[in-house]
Design a protein around this ligand. Sequence first.
Ligand SMILES: Cc1cc2nc3c(=O)[nH]c(=O)nc-3n(C[C@H](O)[C@H](O)[C@H](O)COP(=O)(O)O)c2cc1C
Length: 197
Amino acid sequence: MFPFGNTCHTGKEDLRETNYKPNFTTDNMKKIALIYGSTTDNTKWIAERIAAKLSAYEVDLIDVARLKAEQLAQYYNLILGTSTWGAGDIQNDWESFLPKLKDVNLSGKVVALFGLGDSYSYADTFVDGMAQLYEAVKDRGCTVVGAVSPDGYVHASSNAVVDGNFVGLPLDQDNESDRTDARIDGWLSEIESLFIG
Ligand SMILES: Cc1cc2nc3c(=O)[nH]c(=O)nc-3n(C[C@H](O)[C@H](O)[C@H](O)COP(=O)(O)O)c2cc1C
């Protein structure tokens, strides 16, 4: 790896006479792809909030509707977010992308999941879409981080609860938006150090 960012410098240039500015941050920053699928923009808005809170990192915010599978090769760290529609269905754009995700080599990557849902009106299928993301990435050689205790959530049942914990961060903007920021902050404090630099 070159010490001064992506450009190869021979050491023979007179740096005082160029516009060259050494970039010490880019190479050292953890690079994260934050990918969301959103129908009425709730998940999009949350993804933007998470990205803002990760300002110390290089975060690429990507709508899964515009994602090409080959883009994922450049990231060690993935944060994937979806809402749930129908009765426990993953968001439409994610549904279209999941077959393509099968061809992505996830080996060695760190993956964190978040899910938007409505724990009151859809108490039996709360954030089930996140469970489908989990099914798509588990046992693929990546490390799934950021499991969350169901304590404090009022849902009746969820496929996204595995071994007693949610497989990622559940958020309910329909009923509990006042708790969202604290939930995101707590989750990020658990997972930030686990991302690969
Ligand atoms: C018709 C309909 C079906 C829904 N089904 C579920 C569901 O099964 N489980 C759930 O947790 N939330 C469900 N929701 C709630 C959405 O997931 C929630 O409003 C979410 O914030 C939408 O995010 P988006 O705008 O990013 O797509 C449903 C909402 C609607 C309107």
